[in-house]
Design a protein around this ligand. Structure first.
Ligand SMILES: Nc1nc2c(ncn2[C@@H]2O[C@H](COP(=O)(O)OP(=O)(O)OP(=O)(O)O)[C@@H](O)[C@H]2O)c(=O)[nH]1
Ligand SMILES: [Mg+2]
Length: 406
């Protein structure tokens, strides 16, 4: 390069440096803008891949689909407006607080944070301040703590306690589940005949029974209590199952006595075919698993159920056998209600050891952010009564249900 040209370049180089220095702020700003645009486009690519559209949705919510899920629904379920008088109800011992907290949290996070329904905790012993503080801190509604009167958690005068103790001993030897437990029997009797009469529940029309250690797998994006009311539902369940026969040896005969004595209480459009396969001659042991229940308190408070409970209670099977509140409630719902008043909540996703309810319909699961494996769904399995429920009520089963049988 010639010396002259060299100096020209030098001069130009100085000019460029000068210009750069002079406009450094502008250049800096331009670079920031370019960098931001680059990042936005990068992000857009990420976003595009994350917003993958689920093929099964086809742009339609399962709530609008009008198929088996809502085949028995007749009204709207949307909106937070006009809450109904309802509460979550938990029968629990103080010492089970930390088995309960996660269940409360799930029900709040997946449902109640949007609706703020109250919680009522019941026990035969006083709750500690610790229990009250922890549970109140977790919930969005009001909390109430009810003491169960001793008269409802003890032996009625007509029960022969020696006979009851002998039965417990026999059941212990026979290894019948909870067969030797006295407290379990008081619990089953209380859930069968008394919880809905507790003064802390007086102001409510509907309840959702919740137990420690349960899980709720899906979001519930509608007011479940309003759904019950608007659609005339009086009993809702998630899981149904066959009862252990050895715990209810005389329950059906005692029920048949009641039916013969009180035909006026048996609903003309009842669901006898869910609980009996031979027109009422015998019980097929199908029942709604009562650790989950959403129901109408006024059904239990009414004349028909009160007469049924009194009849059972006098017969003594809560103590002389080990009658569970699940078959008692289920037989009552099947006989005393219109079959259309009973609803299977197959869109919630629920777990109580050892069974899961998990919607096998992808649309329901994805739309409600269900965190469960449909392969574990119990609804269509042999030991469940799900197929029976859908068949006798002529409800459409979800696509692919046959693959879940077995
Ligand atoms: N206050 C009180 N609550 C009880 C007692 N026994 C059981 N419960 C409650 O009654 C409900 C049913 O009792 P569980 O022990 O869960 O009975 P289960 O569901 O048949 O059996 P597992 O859950 O498998 O143990 C739960 O909400 C318990 O917290 C008791 O002695 N006192
Ligand atoms: Mg339980």
């Amino acid at each position: 390069m010639l010396p002259k040209e060299k100096s020209k370049y030098k001069k130009n180089g100085n000019d460029l440096a000068f210009l750069f220095f002079r406009h450094s702020r502008v250049i800096g700003a331009v670079m920031v803008v370019l960098f931001t645009l680059f990042m936005v486009f990068e992000k857009k690519d990420d976003f595009t891949s994350a917003s993958y559209v689920l093929p099964s949705f086809e742009g339609k919510s399962y709530m609008d689909r009008g198929d088996y899920i809502y085949s028995s629904r007749v009204g709207s379920t949307s909106g937070k407006t006009s809450r109904v008088k309802a509460a979550m109800v938990v029968l629990v011992r103080d010492k089970d607080l930390y088995s309960l907290v996660d269940a409360i949290k799930q029900v709040e996070d997946r449902f109640n944070k949007n609706f703020n329904y109250d919680w009522v905790f019941l026990s035969e012993a006083l709750f500690s301040d610790d229990f009250k503080e922890v549970t109140t801190a977790l919930v969005s509604g009001k909390t109430k703590y009810g003491l169960i009167p001793e008269s409802q958690w003890s032996y009625p005068e007509w029960i022969d306690q020696k006979r009851a103790a002998a039965v417990r001993e026999e059941m212990r030897k026979a290894e019948i589940i909870f067969g030797d437990m006295e407290s379990y029997r008081h619990m089953c009797r209380y859930e069968s005949g008394f919880f809905y009469r507790h003064p802390e529940l007086e102001e409510y029309d509907y309840y959702w029974r919740i137990e420690p250690d349960i899980k709720l797998h899906c979001d519930i994006n509608y007011d479940i209590f309003r759904f019950m009311k608007d659609n005339g539902k009086k009993y809702g369940f998630t899981i149904s199952i066959h009862e252990y026969v050895s715990t209810i040896m005389t329950l059906w005969n005692t029920t048949k006595e009641f039916m013969a004595e009180h035909p006026e209480h048996i609903h003309e459009n009842n669901m006898l075919d869910f609980i009996s396969d031979d027109g009422g001659e015998s019980y097929n042991n199908c029942h709604f698993w009562s650790n989950f229940e959403i129901g109408d308190l006024n059904f239990w408070r009414g004349e028909a159920y009160s007469a049924y409970f009194d009849h059972l209670d006098k017969a003594g099977g809560f103590f002389y056998e080990r009658w569970g509140d699940a078959p008692v409630h289920s037989i009552a719902a099947a006989l005393l209600l219109d079959r259309n008043e009973i609803h299977h909540f197959n869109d919630l996703g629920y777990f109580h050891n050892p069974f899961h309810q998990c919607p096998i319909d992808d649309v329901v699961r994805f739309e409600n952010r269900c965190g469960c494996d449909p392969a574990l769904d119990f609804t269509w399995k042999d030991f469940s009564c799900g197929v029976q429920f859908y068949t006798v009520n002529e409800l459409k089963k979800p696509d692919g249900w046959v693959g879940h049988v077995g």
